[in-house]
Design a protein around this ligand. Structure first.
Ligand code: IMP
Length: 193
């Protein structure tokens, strides 16, 4: 029988993406599949802490092996901000436009535009905790460019490229992104298990 593994997310797109990579050796379950409808706490002050908090909540309450992810944009000249607060940098509403404007405002006059997206994944399997990380380095440009993607994509140009994530499109982004790298590390581990 296949191993069952819950991905602690409500994002159907992320679930589908990882399900395809993992193939048919693992039955990947969503929160809906296990009938979990509550808001899972995400109150830690690090990406690793949030990923662990979400995974351990499901593991303890539902007893499943599972994994959770958390991502942030870390800007060098702002001492790693917005980091774990990326989703609510400009307030609690998950408003990407306001978040980008606040970031651009805070970078006015700064010559160091280096930044990185970082994804942390926490896997709890057979009662053991494993952490995986993916980093995508780049720079923050001064004005938004491009239409695809989400979040800070229109102002982030990954290293080795001229265009923003929002101009490059999802096919290229998904080959080089922080999340792709973290997921790849997770999948390599699971496939070798
Ligand atoms: P999450 O942990 O994947 O929900 O990401 C938290 C926040 O980080 C999002 O709400 C976005 O603001 C930002 N973020 C995460 N991944 C990306 C990305 O790939 N591009 C742009 N912004 C991102």
């Amino acid at each position: 029988m296949n191993k069952k593994l819950v991905f602690v997310t409500n994002n159907a797109h992320k679930l589908e993406e990882i399900s395809q990579i993992l193939g048919d050796k693992i039955d990947l379950l969503s929160l809906k599949d296990i009938n979990c409808q509550e808001d899972i706490p995400e109150t830690a002050d690090t990406l690793e802490g949030n990923a662990f908090q979400k995974a351990s909540y499901i593991h303890q309450k539902y007893g499943y092996d599972c994994f959770a992810d958390d991502t942030g944009l870390e800007v060098e000249a702002l001492n790693g901000e917005p980091g774990v607060f990326s989703a609510r940098y400009a307030g609690s509403g998950h408003d990407s436009e306001a978040n980008m404007q606040k970031l651009l405002q805070n970078l006015i006059g700064k010559t160091n535009r280096k930044a990185q997206f970082r994804t942390s994944i926490c896997l709890i399997i057979d009662d053991k905790v494993h952490t995986f990380e993916g980093i995508c380095k780049g720079i923050i440009i001064e004005e938004k460019r491009g239409e695809t993607g989400f979040g800070y994509d229109p102002i982030f140009v990954p290293e080795g490229y001229e265009n923003t994530f929002a101009e490059l499109g999802n096919d290229i982004k998904n080959q080089i992104s922080h999340r792709a790298k973290a997921v790849e590390a997770l999948c390599t581990y699971l496939k070798n298990e």
